[in-house]
Design a protein around this ligand. Structure first.
Ligand code: PLP
Length: 394
């Protein structure tokens, strides 16, 4: 039997526009009329199927994108947000109350780390940070009031792999929810199928792939998504991080090419990783057999999408990293920019950019060198040429 295939699941959806358009229509409205006053009351209580109340709650265009994401993840439902941080913060605040505890990977996205470390203490929510590959440390960090275990499938920027089925066992045994950020590995990995309770995304990255907007998503079971948008107590409904429907519509169209893009990102990244290895530059890339995460990732991933588009290399010092990146930009390798999942190659020095929220001593503890350069490898047709350009910059 063929394993779960996100792209095939997505392709089974048929969503039409109002006049039979091959793309769903854009509902450019904030509010909706009702023929009966009673139906409006039912909609408020979430009991009127197919009715829309107000676009902070649900918008039909957002629903199309959410349904597509849910199909891809194998979840019952989804909800789309105005940014990845909007998705992460809403997902967490929906699960935790004052006095609760979270066990989180220490190697998360900088914004997530800052939210956990600096922001949640406002609400008396305590977070313990652990190395995500250390299952014993995760078990030990769990407390009676632990409500969430949080990790990224592939961590930023060290590309460590979370053993999701094993972490899911820990979360189930202590009654906590496993929340997984799958931003680095859409389609490659299906966290919900591997035991996660909630999957969050920054769609800004691979899912949209065009770097023309920020956006996010939350995928889970219907009950949880309903709780997020409950008019009286839903974090998403009350804090209001909703995505604009015009943007939903454009992201949905990009989602349908995600499988092809992921394959090309992975193919190019593997090529560069192998070439770097050949010349003695030890790249961090989980698709290399020598990488500590290779076996685990191979056992978790869906077939055909490869090992992802991110590579990191260690230039030892920040100064060398800066010089290297400036040269690469001059030669036309790509852009010196944060973010990832773009069709052009992007590179940045993690310590001074996307992980700068993480204090330097914690960065060292994570094993992150000050000279680490992270590449988000683009969709280059001639990656051999790109490699030659990079080589000239060392
Ligand atoms: C970019 C990113 C985020 C934050 O997403 P935004 O869309 O910028 O709000 C969260 N997690 C990961 C892994 C990211 O790369």
């Amino acid at each position: 039997m063929k394993k779960f295939d996100p792209a095939t699941e997505l392709s089974k959806l048929e969503q039409f526009g109002e006049f039979g358009g091959v793309n769903p229509s854009i509902t450019d409205s904030a509010t909706y009329t009702f023929l009966g006053a009673e139906t409006m009351v039912d909609t408020f209580h979430g009991e009127a199927e197919g009715c829309f109340l107000y676009s902070r709650h649900w918008n039909p265009t957002n629903k199309y994108l959410s349904d597509a994401l849910a199909a891809m993840e194998g979840t019952e439902a989804g909800w789309v947000t105005g940014s990845g941080m909007g998705a992460i913060t809403s997902a967490i605040l929906q699960l935790c109350n004052s006095g609760d505890h979270i066990v989180s990977s220490v190697t998360t996205y900088g914004g997530t780390y800052a939210f956990f470390k600096n922001y949640l203490p406002k609400f008396n929510i305590d977070v313990s940070f652990v190395i995500p590959t250390d299952l014993e440390a995760i078990k030990k960090a769990v407390r009676p009031n632990t409500k969430v275990i949080y990790t990224e499938t592939i961590s930023n920027p060290l590309l460590q792999i979370s053993n999701l089925p094993e972490i899911a066992k820990i979360s189930k045994s202590c009654g906590a929810k496993l929340v997984v950020d799958n931003t680095f590995s859409p389609m490659m990995i299906s966290p919900y199928k591997l035991g996660a309770d909630v999957v969050v995304y920054s769609m800004t990255k691979f899912i949209n792939g065009k770097n023309d907007c920020v956006a996010g998503a939350i995928c889970s079971d219907q009950e949880y998504i309903n709780s997020l948008i409950d008019v009286n107590s839903g974090t998403a409904m009350l804090l209001g991080p909703v995505l604009d429907p015009l943007r939903s519509s454009s992201i949905l169209k990009n989602l349908y090419t995600l499988h092809i893009r992921m394959k090309q990102h992975s193919k190019n990244a593997l090529y560069l990783a192998e070439k770097f290895s050949e010349i003695g530059i030890k790249p961090i890339y989980p698709g290399l057999k020598s990488n500590p995460g290779y076996k685990l990732l191979t056992s978790l991933m869906n077939e055909e999408y490869g090992y992802g588009g991110l590579i990191a290399i260690d230039m030892k010092t920040k100064e060398k990293a800066y010089e290297f990146m400036e040269k690469m930009q001059e030669r036309g390798v790509g852009y010196l920019a944060v973010s990832l999942g773009y069709y052009k190659t992007l590179f940045s020095n993690s310590g001074s950019s996307t992980s700068s929220e993480v204090p330097e001593d914690v960065q060292r503890e994570m094993g992150m060198s000050p000279g680490l350069v992270r590449f988000s490898v683009g969709l280059d047709n001639d990656i051999e040429r790109t490699y030659k350009l990079i080589k000239e910059c060392f």
